[in-house]
Write a protein that binds this ligand. Sequence first.
Ligand code: AQP
Length: 340
Amino acid sequence: MKETKKRILSGITPSGNALHIGNYFGAVKPQIELQNTHQTYYFVADLHALTTIHDREELERNITGVVLDYLALGLDSEKCVFFRQSTVPAHSQLAIVLANYISFGQMQRMHAFKDKLQKDTGVESINMGLFNYPLLMAADILLYKPFGVPVGDDQRQHVELARDIAEKFNKTYDQEVFPLPEPLISETVGRIVGTDGKRKMSKSLNNIIGIFEDETVIKKQIMDCFTDPNRQRATDPGKVEGNPIFIYHDLINDNHKEVAELKARYLQGKVGDVEVKEKLFLAHQRLFASARTRRQELVQNLTVVKKILAEGAEQACRLAKQTLAEVYQVIGEDNQLNKN
Ligand code: AQP
């Protein structure tokens, strides 16, 4: 890996055990493309998953699931450093330090906390892991001094917080310890709408189209998808713009002629929702066929997967330790006892 390449860092929370097409187009696909042109560090944010998962087996299942998904979708361990967050202790160590360069007020304005507060009755039901999530994420990012962080739009606020903390830290010590990371968010695919046609596609909202589930599950997710609410019959002219089923066609369907024809017929009231959805399902099968096969092969070879993560952890630790040592030195915690 050439050191002259710009560095990229991103993480994925194993809060479920499979990725959906929102994750894929908004984050995973751009991340995988970047591994060809940049130094890439990607990690499974297993410590972040503790905000919602307190069952050991479920956690392990989710971590394995997400790792397999990434590898099946094209993450190449020869080109990229891939690891589990908890195997690099410097993430947690840096988070403790960075907490001193951010105010309680600013943390209270983070949307993960605010959204949860709106849903639940009060602060008693919100764990500190969730409150501190953006702080740990700032440590995740700054530890690797990346140039950019490719994520979906829902993570913009968190990358901006990391920038704020970096600025405050640099200013406090009058040193450029942390370069300010750029959020790399696509304008077109940074926020893929869910099958309810309203909200962001999210596991927790149950409005997803999966990638690796059984075909019957994927087909049902597609067939249940919201389309044009004002269209009663297949003979009514329909709306294409903003219609989720066509948003997905544009993303998934490699047969552009077919998509153009379907759109034209839909606008004229000459095609039913069922046909449009069935064609989307077939396009989904075409796009993800090789990834699905690759995933089945990887499941049979989990020792290789473990080896990839162990090697990734070793490489990540090397860089993370350097940054932590520099930070300790800058803040005045550099002593014999904290050297290892
Ligand atoms: N709908 C989306 N459109 C574009 N990008 C998205 N991402 C998530 N949903 C969309 C991006 O995927 C990456 C991994 O996401 P995460 O680890 O934060 O997972 P998530 O946001 O927790 O995914 P969900 O489905 O929304 O989970 P729940 O419902 O549990 O919160 C990130 O870069 C994210 O921006």
